[in-house]
Design a protein. Structure first.
Length: 166
């Protein structure tokens, strides 16, 4: 996959601008782009989505093919680098590394590192943040490309066109 989606890209889309009942084309587009080898995610993200027990968790369950495993040796090796970096970060709030490392985020970055992929997240780069560790900041350190949902849609030239028969 060329682009790996963070949990927040699914959740925010479902809760607001691409609500599943309002814009099913967005969700179909994700599946189509996955079939083309462009867009996917990881199993840890799927687990986060499944915790909500809603229409998004049902969608994730039905479309589990888009969620890759993180057990390959390259991802495991990259995860160790991410974990070591996060544990060694100075000037972060106590426990920020443990909070970051227990979720999907470090695995998403590791998978991107291992596969030369771009991470897609709604988090913003902020070099002055100290209370928590964020995906864009870690991606920047490892030179992993990181974009938001709207940049992804633009880069892949997504088009959601209303059917003229509606």
């Amino acid at each position: 996959m060329n682009y790996l989606l963070d949990s927040n890209t699914f959740i925010q889309a479902k809760n607001s601008y691409y609500h599943m009942d309002v814009c099913p084309g967005y969700w179909d587009w994700i599946l189509h782009q996955n079939d083309n080898g462009e867009v996917g995610s990881i199993n840890f993200v799927k687990k986060e989505l499944m915790a909500h027990k809603d229409n998004l968790s049902s969608w994730a369950q039905r479309n589990e093919r888009i969620f890759d495993l993180e057990s390959d040796p390259q991802t495991q090796s990259a995860f160790i680098k991410v974990a070591n970096y996060c544990r060694a970060l100075p000037n972060t709030k106590s426990g920020a590394d443990q909070e970051f490392l227990k979720g999907a985020d470090p695995w998403l970055i590791a998978k991107a590192m291992a596969n030369g992929a771009t991470v897609v997240t709604l988090e913003s780069f902020n070099p002055n943040i100290w209370k928590k560790i964020t995906i864009p900041n870690v991606c920047a350190y490892f030179n992993v490309p990181c974009v938001n949902t709207f940049m992804l849609l633009n880069q892949l030239q997504a088009r959601f066109i209303l059917d003229a028969n509606i």
